[in-house]
Design a protein around this ligand. Structure first.
Ligand code: DAH
Length: 339
């Protein structure tokens, strides 16, 4: 009997199973009422008294061993069965959140699209610039207040290296190495030393436009602006130009569009004027052309510059500029349907 117990013990220890059916078969083989271990318990009656103690103990150990082995095989098998269930290849894919494009990117792209339909191509320049490209080449007088520390971020106390305060710097970069005809738009980020509030930020985005060729006139500028305004804000949009001043254009103007909230009748949004300002523009000052190596007796041109945040605010009524850089997903998701 001891031999039989030892034999079963070894067989149970070596037990392995590839399926629930095999585990069940093993349970029946050893532990069911007619199983081999139960059989031994039946035979126990015939064991001589002096051996009952030892054999009884061994039998009990064998039964515990078999029960534990069967249970652990079952547990291991259920784990792998679960893992296999997760690999159900017929299930549809798990949903994953798709991001949205940033409103400023959407509007930037729309501006680019409108101008590319007029034959403009994109030009870019560095955000860390020198005084020449941001100011001097653009006809800023040496004592012009825009060079002041209040507006400009300088790099390492060096008055020559700075963060560009406008994308007009890209005009110079292009004109320096390209002869007309030039037709470019320059989107990009700019920096100004402003206190951050709902209406001002220390960085924002602009698109600069430049057209230089023989015989370019203010009438070309006006027509281009009207086309842009109507493409951007709708075919009913009207524009008006007010005289203004920029060092790099002469004459200079600021452009307003009719307020599309009240249709020009006057409301809170347009401060009851019926008009909202959207960009600065003008005829490129001959000094600027000459500074960049373009003969101003042959060529003329116009330039324009607009803030992307401003256009976005007008189009989507974003009241607080800070929303653009806070990365609040709830805000960004509002633009899901804009393409
Ligand atoms: N650079 C100007 C600014 O930052 C915007 C601007 C005005 C650009 C008139 C131009 C222009 O090209 O002609 O405020």
């Amino acid at each position: 009997m001891l031999n039989k117990i030892q034999e079963l013990k070894e067989a149970i220890e070596a037990l392995q199973a590839n399926s629930m059916e095999e585990i069940e078969a093993a349970r029946i083989k050893y532990l069911s009422k007619k199983g081999e271990i139960s059989q031994l318990f039946n035979d126990f009656r015939t064991v001589p008294n002096e051996m009952k103690r030892e054999i009884g103990q061994r039998l009990n150990e064998l039964k515990t061993l078999a029960t534990e082995k069967i249970n652990s095989l079952k547990a291991a098998f259920e784990d792998t069965a679960d893992a296999n269930a997760e690999l159900d290849l017929t299930r549809s894919a798990a949903p994953c959140a798709i991001g949205t494009r940033h409103p400023l990117s959407l509007v930037k792209e729309e501006i680019i699209n409108i101008f590319s339909r007029l034959g403009y191509s994109i030009a870019e320049g560095p955000e860390v610039e020198d005084d020449w490209h941001v100011f001097s080449s653009l006809n800023f007088a040496a004592d012009h207040p825009a060079r002041d520390m209040q507006d400009t971020f300088f790099i390492q106390r060096n008055p020559d290296i700075l963060l560009r305060t406008h994308t007009s710097s890209v005009q110079t970069r292009v004109m320096e190495h390209t002869q007309p005809p030039i037709r470019i738009i320059c989107p990009g980020r700019v920096y100004r030393n402003e206190a951050i509030s709902y209406r001002a930020h220390c960085f924002f985005h602009q698109v600069e436009g430049l057209y230089v060729d023989k015989g370019v006139t203010f009438a070309d500028l006006k027509q281009t602006l009207l086309y842009f305004a109507r493409e951007m804000f709708g075919s009913e949009t009207r524009i008006r130009l007010r005289p203004s001043y920029f060092p790099f254009t002469e004459p200079s103007a600021e452009m307003d569009i009719s307020c599309d909230l009240c249709g020009g009748k006057g409301c809170n949004f347009c401060k009851h004027t019926g008009w909202v300002e959207i960009l600065g523009c003008g005829m490129v000052d001959p000094n600027v052309l000459e500074a960049c190596g373009i003969d101003s007796s042959i060529y003329s041109g116009f330039a324009l510059g607009m803030g992307i945040e401003r256009i976005t605010n007008l189009k989507y009524r974003v009241k607080d500029l800070r929303m653009f850089s806070e990365n609040d997903v709830r805000f960004l998701e509002e633009f899901k349907s804009v393409h």
